[in-house]
Design a protein around this ligand. Structure first.
Ligand code: ADP
Ligand code: MG
Length: 309
């Protein structure tokens, strides 16, 4: 990985073990992930793969067990209690699937936001609340009470609240989990807009592959480790432009899959690649440098013949 870059989030070999009286769950098993300032990233993975655990570590809601976790220049292992409170307030905004349940149904959209603004800090709460409503495209609904708003609109209010302290990073855990496809597309659109307009770093955890296909960078997590990454070949904006011009080939793959290479040079090879060559039960495989590529193959393979093909 490129050390020159300024990463706003750096996880290296991150481990999280949950311990209760008699059992231990290793939720993160040496996870590597680096995110640049201003990136919008989706994290996908099956239920139980460690997605929420990862977000909770980045958001400092819980402490990792071991590894490296540096966010916005701060080593999260070394923060004092006060630092943690400050970090959670100033650096991170959190959006959950059922955020709206923390809102008050009989207050208006505007009042809900005003209520959430910390006392003393925002001198003119009304002004700031109006500004936040505008950021999430809800100005026209400011006087509607919450229970008059749709699920998607309520989620927008929750996002406005998450933005109230101007966080550098917005973490969203299954933010579209309880809304229909059209609404979930709108919410994704809002995240993209916030990302582009304010250079906000956004991480969206989702099991929704539809959502994932619409962002530039998708990180797949399996068993508490990053397993592979999918990077969009063209930006989403370019793709929309192509769509408008009618020059899009729908058969064409939008993303390239990249394997994750950790600091120690370890590589995770996608399981289906291994099984395609019958290598799943091997613990050693042949590796060879061939000019501009590294070739992996079965120890039994006749390499000369293979290379000709
Ligand atoms: P995901 O969000 O991908 O569904 P989680 O991060 O919630 O996965 O969970 C990863 C693993 O850690 C699961 O096996 C889960 O049961 C376990 N886990 C999560 N939170 C706790 C906790 N507070 N105590 C014990 N085990 C937990
Ligand atoms: Mg989860």
């Amino acid at each position: 990985m490129d050390n020159e870059k300024d990463y706003i989030i750096q996880c290296e070999n991150l481990i999280k073990i949950y311990k209760s009286s008699d059992i231990e769950v290793v939720a993160l098993q040496g996870l590597d992930l680096s995110i640049e300032q201003g990136e919008l990233t989706a994290i996908i993975g099956n239920s139980g793969s460690g997605k929420s655990t990862l977000l909770n570590m980045i958001g400092c809601l819980d402490k990792p067990t071991a590894g490296k976790l540096v966010v916005d220049g701060k080593d999260l292992f070394k923060l004092s209690k006060n630092d943690i409170t400050k970090y959670k307030r100033d650096t991170i905004g959190f959006v959950w699937q059922n955020n709206a349940r923390n809102l008050i149904p009989y207050l208006s959209a505007l009042e809900n936001i005003e209520l959430s603004l910390s006392i003393g800090k925002n001198k003119n709460k009304r002004e700031r609340a109006i500004e936040l409503l505008e950021m999430v495209g809800m100005s026209h609904r400011k006087n509607n009470i919450l229970s008059e708003l749709s699920g998607g609109e309520q989620q927008r209010i929750a996002i406005a609240i998450a933005l109230s302290n101007n966080p550098k990073i917005l973490l969203a855990d299954e933010p579209t989990g309880s809304v229909d496809t059209a609404t979930s597309n709108q919410i994704l659109g809002l995240f993209r807009e916030l990302n582009e307009k304010f250079n906000l770093t956004v991480i969206i955890v989702t099991h929704d592959r539809q959502i994932a296909s619409k962002v530039n960078r998708v990180v797949a997590i399996r068993d508490g480790k990053t397993s592979s990454e999918f990077i969009r070949k063209r930006s989403y904006a370019e793709e929309l432009q192509n769509l408008k011009e009618g020059s899009v080939n729908s058969e064409e793959e939008t993303h390239v899959e990249l394997a994750v290479l950790d600091k120690a040079g370890r590589l995770q090879i996608p399981r289906d690649y291994l099984s395609a060559l019958g290598l799943e039960d091997k613990n050693k495989i042949k590796i060879e440098l061939d000019k501009d590529r590294i070739v992996l193959y079965s120890p039994e393979a006749n390499t000369n013949e293979e290379k000709v093909g």
